[in-house]
Design a protein around this ligand. Structure first.
Ligand SMILES: Nc1nc2c(ncn2[C@@H]2O[C@H](COP(=O)(O)OP(=O)(O)OP(=O)(O)O)[C@@H](O)[C@H]2O)c(=O)[nH]1
Ligand SMILES: [Mg+2]
Length: 324
């Protein structure tokens, strides 16, 4: 893995977000072409066609229904809806779904150490996202410590150590097979003793059973709470956006088990259509914090609802290539 250049690094801290997002997000992202809306009224045929496009983009049945219902309700007030007004209505409705979920992760100065517990199924991008966050926070002048809470696989500890070396960030780890709650407990105590600002705790994505994994995460949360009753201060689910509706069921399951406070969506540079964020936003009141758009340390953006909706509705998307 190679590090990226300084100009790309500057970009990832806020400027040029939209152009970078468009450039990096996979061209499949989006609901597809909408020019066929031109000059048409919202009749049943149009509603059905739009419904198909939303479903293909992973928006899911419930959120798609909500969007189409919203369009029907509002467009009846409009006697002659042209293409722009329908498109504008659609944009408004998507924004109304995503805007309430746009709360950036803030690290209050009064909370030290600030413990971020990263959870998610195997391969979703937890360890990579920890590396990206460590770089981001260090760049903001915060001291960071990593906790190797995925003790299920020896390689997981090594992978986290590699990220620690890349960012010059200390890593607290124990032997493979150790109790993850104990590792995170130790890391939190060490961070407290050293005056560290942020602890990023990795966890396993797979145990023998999914129920076992949820019990382990519940225990970690309990043990962290015994050190500081407000910890973990962030319980962040890492979700692979290319999994489509499976990402929604994962979000529901993790939220029921430990009560999530944030979501990082990864692999939006892959084959994802991106509508899954609408499905999740429609179902769960959990903010989207970050978008992962690559494997490198700088390939992450803060979620912005307006820019995301514009990326979804951009005509550059899949249908142009005839790939739906
Ligand atoms: N294209 C792309 N790849 C990503 C992104 N985030 C992570 N990956 C890749 O996805 C793979 C899995 O990432 P990990 O960070 O190891 O996932 P994990 O959740 O820690 O997995 P386990 O430790 O097995 O539970 C790696 O090859 C990463 O490089 C992303 O935003 N875009
Ligand atoms: Mg991992």
């Amino acid at each position: 893995m190679t590090e990226r250049t300084d100009s790309q690094e500057a970009d990832s801290y806020g400027t040029g977000f939209f152009s970078r997002l468009k450039e990096r997000l996979h061209r499949r992202l989006g609901v597809g072409r909408l020019d066929w809306l031109a000059g048409r009224r919202l009749d049943d045929e149009l509603a059905e066609q739009l419904e198909d496009q939303l479903l293909l983009a992973d928006v899911g049945v419930d959120a798609t229904q909500r969007i189409i219902d919203g369009l029907r309700r509002r467009s009846t007030k409009n006697t002659e809806p042209g293409s722009e007004s329908l498109r504008q209505l659609l944009r408004d409705i998507l924004l109304e779904i995503l805007e309430p979920r746009a709360h950036p992760l803030l690290i209050p100065t009064a909370v030290r150490p600030f413990l971020i517990l990263m959870v998610g199924v195997n391969g979703s991008g937890k360890t990579t996202t920890i590396g990206k966050l460590a770089k981001r926070f260090s760049g903001q002048g915060l001291s960071v410590l990593l906790a190797a809470g995925d003790t299920y696989r020896a390689a997981a500890i090594e992978q986290l150590q590699a990220w620690g070396e890349r960012n010059a960030t200390p890593v607290i780890s124990q032997e493979p097979g150790a109790d993850p709650a104990a590792v995170i407990f130790d890391a939190f105590e060490a961070a407290r003793a050293r005056g560290t600002d942020v602890v990023l705790a990795d966890t396993a994505g797979r145990l023998q059973t999914q129920a076992g994994l949820m019990r382990e995460l519940e225990k970690i949360v309990r043990v962290a709470g015994s050190l500081d009753e407000t910890a973990p201060h962030e319980k962040m689910l890492v979700l692979d956006a290319s999994l489509g509706q499976n990402a929604l069921s994962q979000a529901v399951e993790f939220h029921e088990a430990i009560g999530l406070t944030g979501i990082a969506m990864t692999k939006l540079d892959g084959g994802a259509r991106g509508g899954i964020l609408l499905a999740i936003a429609d179902r769960l009141d959990v903010p989207f914090r970050f978008l992962g758009i690559g494997e490198h340390a700088d390939d992450m953006e803060v979620f912005d609802a307006e820019q995301y909706v514009d990326a979804l509705l951009e005509p550059h998307a899949a249908v142009e290539e005839g790939s739906t």
